[in-house]
Design a protein. Sequence first.
Length: 119
Amino acid sequence: MSDIQLGVIEAKFADIIWQNEPVQSSELVKKSENELGWKKSTTFTVLRRLSEKGIFENNGGTVTSLISRDEFYSMQSEKFVEDTFGGSLPAFLAAFTKRKNLSGDEIAALRRMVEEYEE
């Protein structure tokens, strides 16, 4: 499941669903037309593809997610760290902070996360 990939446009479409779910397919068609410039057929084609990937389902005209937005992006983040840094979160953070200084608030948030994990 963690190897599910979304292109940029698919991710925008998925966000429309996640922000509005449960959403009627007719309403999704309208939102896709307004926000993405899609026709009805494009909306249903992409919805079918994302349903086949196990992210969404269209049950009786009501579209819902099988994986929440947070779950999906957590899986993508884990896969990125695994594939790029051999699963090492410290290696990822070291690479990330080489080009970007962390603010005091970010450092405090990371400390809280580590403390909560230790408990």
